[in-house]
Design a protein around this ligand. Sequence first.
Ligand SMILES: NC(=O)c1ccc[n+]([C@@H]2O[C@H](COP(=O)([O-])OP(=O)(O)OC[C@H]3O[C@@H](n4cnc5c(N)ncnc54)[C@H](O)[C@@H]3O)[C@@H](O)[C@H]2O)c1
Length: 247
Amino acid sequence: MGEFDGKVVLVTGAARGIGQAIAVGLAREGADVALCDLQKDWLSETADQVHKAGCRAECYDMNVADASSVQEGIAAVEKDFGRIDVLVNNAGITKDNLLIRMSENDWDDVLDINLKGAFLTTKAVARLMIKQRSGAIVNVASIIGLIGNPGQCNYSASKAGIIALTKSCAKELASRNIRVNAVAPGFIKTKMTDALSEDIQKKMLDGIPLKRFGEPEDVANVVKFLAGDGAGYVSGQVLTVCGGMVT
Ligand SMILES: NC(=O)c1ccc[n+]([C@@H]2O[C@H](COP(=O)([O-])OP(=O)(O)OC[C@H]3O[C@@H](n4cnc5c(N)ncnc54)[C@H](O)[C@@H]3O)[C@@H](O)[C@H]2O)c1
């Protein structure tokens, strides 16, 4: 018996990295999972792992930055599963540059995917959760949205935005028994962080009190807590998962 038996969880950006670990982690607790990413054929590895956990996985093409793609995707999930108990807004990108060199396109792309994407998905799923009179939403923010970082003004603004979105939605949706929280990971080993130079990675490690980079499963465990009944009286909160970097 798992904590999420009979529950339907939707994860955006579920093809790899943190999103994959969240989908598989929740499936190991019994959740059936709607897996969304830019292209559904990228999701086969995650779907295989969900099946190995003995749960149902369906894959959907969904560009979170595109309102019609989100609407079509959520409608398909509703048709296939009939409900959504947990939404995890995980899809995100970086396009780093110093402020004075940052192009308007790189600003827009990051804000569109990381922040508008969470708005569009939350709006579409909240309609369903309001009808159900229950639900839990977990947004994947970042410690960079709390403390800022040189070279990431677009990313930090998007992640600060998602934290504010979390708090407002938590207040709006509480009366419908829907909780909304955020996790703020620090440095987690994924393809996103593999792209950073060794020098930057070493500097980051020096600043982590627990003296190791996080694993995607470290984030998935905290998402599981926030999405589950153990956090039934927790809403509008941001939980950092960063080895003690931000206190
Ligand atoms: N890795 C870290 O250290 C770290 C730290 C803090 C926060 N985060 C956040 O965690 C989340 C996942 O990051 P990751 O490290 O696993 O990254 P990743 O690049 O490994 O995975 C991101 C996934 O999102 C998908 N995606 C990108 N654009 C999309 C779109 N428009 N619509 C749907 N899916 C889209 C990608 O295809 C990919 O599967 C992101 O929101 C990221 O900002 C990561």
